[in-house]
Structure formats: C-alpha cells, structure tokens
Design a protein around this ligand. Structure first.
Ligand code: ADP
Length: 253
C-alpha cells in the first residue's frame, strides 16, 4: 500500500472562537476509510492544540508568553486528540497520538525510533495523528510550524504523497489577498527566487506569511523525491481525488 501524509492547519481545524470543527474531522476520517479501500494508508499532522486550548483557559486572544502557550497546548492537545479519536472511531478506524520534538529527528537513534514507531502503527492499520510536542518544545527546539513537521514525517514514513491543506486553493505568484492579479501556479518543478519571494519571504508581507513555510516544506520533500500538494481543505473528497491522480491545487514534484 501507499502512504499519504496530510497536514491540516489551525484555521482549517479550529474556528475563530476556538471550537474544533468536528464535522471537518468526521469528513476527513470518512476519507481515510475510503483511502484504505483505494490502497492508501494515512498519517495526519494536526495543528490546532494552542488555538483550541486558549479559550478553555479564558484567553480571548492567543497569549504571547511561552508558559501560557505551553499551558494552552497541553489543554488543547487533549480535546483535539479526543476529537480525532472520536472522528476516526466513527469511521471504524483506530487513531493514535504521536508527539514529536525536533530532538527526535535530529539525533540518529531517536530518528530511527520515531520512524520505527510510525511505520509499525501504519502497518497495524492505525491512523497516527502527529503534532509537535508544544508543551515541552520551546524556542530553539521547536519545529516552529507544522508544515516542516509534515515534511519530516513524510520522510520518516517514506510517504508517496504529502498533502498540505490550507484555507487557500494553492500557491499563487503573490499573496492574492494583497495582490489581486496574482496568478495561480498549478505545478512547481523548481523552487526559484520568484517562488520564494511570491510566498512572502523577502517581500516583508504582513499577515499570515503562511505560504513560505509550505514552500520550504515542499523544498525538503522535492529533495527527498516525495511529491507534495498544497490545496484547500474545503475541497470535497480532496484526499481520495488526489489518491486517484486528479490534479488539485499546486503540485510540487
Ligand atoms: P494554514 O493555517 O492553513 O497553515 P496560513 O493561513 O498560514 O495557512 O497560510 C495560507 C495563507 O497564506 C493564504 O490564505 C494567503 O493569505 C497567504 N499567502 C501568502 N502568500 C501567498 C501566495 N503566494 N499564494 C497563496 N497564498 C499566499
């Protein structure tokens, strides 16, 4: 069987008041069940721990100090994992929680342990839900973003495809919310300076800046020979359609 890694951003998983979008999770779990019939295993990289924990601790906006962020992550990870567990159970699947820190992939021995554990889970038919261990990963030991984590997990499990679901349908020549005539890029075979600039690295673009980490993840994956796709999480049946070769979003290969 083939293996797909799907990364889901906070904005797709958690709505603006911190509520987990359980309907999205239920739909993704149904897709995971159908992927299995198509001969694909799935590994999920899930953001959203801090966003779903913050309101439970009375924060109306995301806190800025590290201990509060760690506390939010710790609380949020529990409710988020419970939501994933419930979603997969409803589709007859077993999920598991894998929390990873950068140390786990930087040191050879722990890299191999992480690889063996994930590989075995997938072999056993489990859908691992991976997140950075935000509660203990501070500053320099953080991946910083789950896009990079998704790329590393894809390498760990020798994925056949890495899908990054976002709130936008793919990569454009510039941020379309700032540059109205930005053009959609369906396929990227080389990440050059214009791609990096358009994704918001050196342009000093304000706001999310979320595309640059996705492009960097795609670069890691291209080096590893693993194709990746950036597309919208709102696209119906997106994982099954990608598994059957449909062209959706921006493909890096
Ligand atoms: P997520 O939470 O899904 O990880 P982000 O919100 O961090 O996603 O990043 C996606 C956002 O990046 C888009 O909604 C868009 O506003 C912005 N963006 C910046 N540059 C680009 C670009 N070149 N192409 C597409 N989107 C871009």
């Amino acid at each position: 069987p083939k293996t797909m890694v799907v990364k889901i951003g906070s904005s797709t998983l958690v709505d603006s008041d911190g509520q987990i979008r359980s309907e999205f999770i239920a739909d993704l779990a149904r897709q995971a069940a159908r992927l299995r019939e198509l001969g694909w295993n799935l590994v999920v990289v899930s953001s959203g721990a801090i966003a779903s924990g913050a309101p439970l601790l009375g924060f109306h906006t995301r806190p800025t100090d590290m201990p509060s962020l760690q506390a939010c992550a710790s609380v949020g990870q529990c409710v988020l994992s419970a939501a994933w567990d419930e979603g997969f159970q409803s589709s007859g699947l077993i999920s598991s929680l894998v929390l990873i820190t950068r140390h786990d992939t930087a040191r050879r021995a722990s890299y191999l342990h992480a690889r063996d554990a994930l590989t075995r889970l997938v072999e056993l038919g489990v859908v691992p839900v991976v997140n950075e261990n935000d509660t203990v990963s501070v500053d320099e030991i953080r991946f910083g973003d789950n896009d990079t984590l998704a790329a590393l997990v894809s390498c760990l499990v020798s994925a056949d495809l890495c899908v990054i679901l976002s709130d936008i349908d793919g990569l454009y020549t510039a941020n379309p919310s700032l540059v109205p005539d930005a053009e959609f890029i369906p396929v990227v075979t080389r990440i050059d300076a214009s791609i990096v600039e358009g994704a918001g690295d050196s342009s000093g673009a304000v706001g999310t800046g979320g595309m640059i980490t996705k492009v960097q993840a795609a670069r890691i994956l291209m080096t590893a020979g693993i194709p990746s796709v950036i597309c919208s999480g709102a696209e119906p049946h997106v994982l099954e359609r990608l598994a059957t070769g449909e062209a959706i979003g921006t493909r890096f290969e």
